[in-house]
Each structure stands twice: as C-alpha cells, then as structure tokens.
Design a protein around this ligand. Structure first.
Ligand SMILES: *[C@@H]1O[C@H](CO)[C@@H](O)[C@H](O)[C@H]1NC(C)=O
Ligand SMILES: *[C@@H]1O[C@H](CO)[C@@H](O)[C@H](O)[C@H]1NC(C)=O
Ligand SMILES: *[C@@H]1O[C@H](CO)[C@@H](O)[C@H](O)[C@H]1NC(C)=O
Length: 248
C-alpha cells in the first residue's frame, strides 16, 4: 500500500474555464490521496481560485482545526477518527501478516473488513447527502465545480445533488476496480498489472494468470462492497452509467 503509484487526474467533464477565478468544492480522499490532492488545492489557490474542503468530523487524515488558506466545512458523523483509521490498519495488517496465510484466508479477511468499511460508508453517505441543512448551505455557496476523490463514498451523488461538473483525482483502487467500473478506464487484465500485484507491464504467462485472478477477485469484492449503495442511486438518471457499471 505504500508503493508509489502515479497520480492521475481524470477530467470527466468540465466547462470550467481557468481564466476566471472559480469557486471550487473539494471532497478529499484520506491519507496519501489527500496529500496528492493538497498539491492540486495549492495550485488552485495560487491561481486565485477559492477553495472549500468538505470533510467528515471523523477524518483520520485531515486536521480541520488548523488554519489554512482555504475553508473547511465539517459535517458531523457519529464516528471517531481512530475508528475510521483502524479499518485501514486492519487492511494493512492483513497484507503484512507473517507467515502469510493462503489466498483464500486473505480473501475472507479482506471481505470481513470490507463489510465494516461498508457500514462506515453508509453512515458517511447518510450524514452528507441526507442532511438538508448541509445541502442547502452547500447550494447557497454556489460552487462552480466539485473536485473529489472517488475514495470518498457518494461523492458523485453530491455532485449530482448540487448539479456540479466534476474533476476526479484518484491514486489507485485495488484491482483498479473504481477506475475501470466507475471511470471507464481501459485495463485489459492480461496486459495491465493491477494493484496490489506489484508487477510491471512485462509479465510472464503465470504472472498474467495471477493478474487475471486478482482482477476478477477484486471486481467481485468491489461489486459486493458497493451493492448496498444501490438504493442511493435510484432515480438518479444522470448517473445511470454508474448504476449499471458500478453497483450491479
Ligand atoms: C491573484 O490575485 C492577486 C491579488 O488580486 C494578483 O496580484 C495576482 O496577479 C493574481 N494571480 C493570478 C495568477 O491571477
Ligand atoms: C490540529 O491543529 C491544531 C491547530 O494547529 C493543533 O493545536 C492540534 O494539535 C492539531 N491536532 C493534531 C491531531 O495534529
Ligand atoms: C446537519 O448539518 C448541520 C450543518 O452542518 C449540522 O449542524 C447538523 O447537526 C446536521 N444534522 C445531522 C442530523 O447530522
């Protein structure tokens, strides 16, 4: 997880012209995702754009009490930062176990943690999307664009509710699941090594087989993990491609 993967910014659609100063809403990812995004935020500020970072009160990464050149807008969740942080630690611990259990055991452990991640995600979605006070406050701030990391769950729905064009920033997801299923990134499994396999684009036959297996397993895990989010998407016609691609 600490391997450095290339930051890539996918510009999905944006009618934002950088010649005037924009009002940018940012939904940051956590950990290294935020450190990447901070650079983008810094560049936006240098170009005189105004930036507001919307963050949950249980963010394990972001110290929103700190004075910054941008605004923080905090939404309350009934969770503690250390509880959210412990989920990432559990995933890292699964990965770093020694002696290493077999792939089936690792898979089961990952599914178990993903179940807990899903619960946290649902709480976050509810507190962000279903709080009318928060939504009216965001609407009143009249943003031009939403810059987000899809690691933050329901961020695409927030864009939809606020009717904002989006710019995505994502470091990587396991098996490139998000990039492939939500971002339509081409990634033929026998040619593109997916995280966390730690392989290069020069793969022998057995490595290709391994890559395909990892690809299939993470696609399945991602579908399972996102299934319970389906009902958030019902009736959201504009995002229908995500309903079919991402959440079954
Ligand atoms: C940002 O605003 C300041 C003060 O209004 C101005 O001096 C500076 O040239 C602006 N920078 C850019 C990149 O537009
Ligand atoms: C967050 O920032 C405030 C203000 O700079 C500081 O007093 C506090 O110790 C910081 N908290 C953490 C956990 O770093
Ligand atoms: C909704 O958001 C407002 C403003 O951020 C906050 O004061 C309030 O506690 C939130 N309500 C719930 C139920 O989370």
């Amino acid at each position: 997880l600490t391997k450095s993967f290339t930051l890539f910014v996918i510009v999905l659609f944006s009618d934002l012209s950088f010649t005037h100063c924009g009002n940018v809403l940012v939904l940051p990812g956590e950990y290294s995702h935020w450190y990447n995004m901070r650079n983008i935020v810094g560049e936006l500020l240098k170009r005189n754009h105004s930036v507001t970072v919307l963050v949950s009160s249980a963010s394990p990464t972001i110290n929103f009490t700190q004075q910054e050149k941008f605004q923080y807008l905090v939404f309350d969740v009934p969770l503690k930062a250390h509880e959210v942080h412990s989920l990432s630690e559990q995933l890292v611990n699964i990965w770093m176990q020694y002696p290493r259990p077999n792939m089936v055991q690792i898979g089961l452990q990952i599914m178990d943690v993903l179940g807990k991640v899903r619960e946290v995600h649902q709480i976050m979605c509810d507190r962000m999307l279903r709080n009318e006070t928060l939504i009216s406050r965001l609407t009143a701030l009249k943003f031009d664009v939403l810059l987000y990391d899809p690691m933050i769950i329901c961020s695409d729905l927030l864009a939809n509710i606020l009717d904002l064009p989006v710019v995505l920033s994502l470091r990587f997801s396991l098996g490139f699941s998000m990039e492939r299923m939500c971002g339509q990134m081409p990634s033929p499994p026998s040619y593109v090594p997916v995280p966390p396999t730690e392989m290069t684009d020069h793969m022998c036959f057995m490595e290709r087989v391994k890559n395909v297996i990892v690809y299939v397993v993470y696609s399945f895990a991602f579908r399972m993990a996102s299934m319970s989010l389906d009902n958030y998407y019902i009736g959201k016609v504009k995002l229908s491609f995500i309903v079919t691609q991402c959440c079954g």
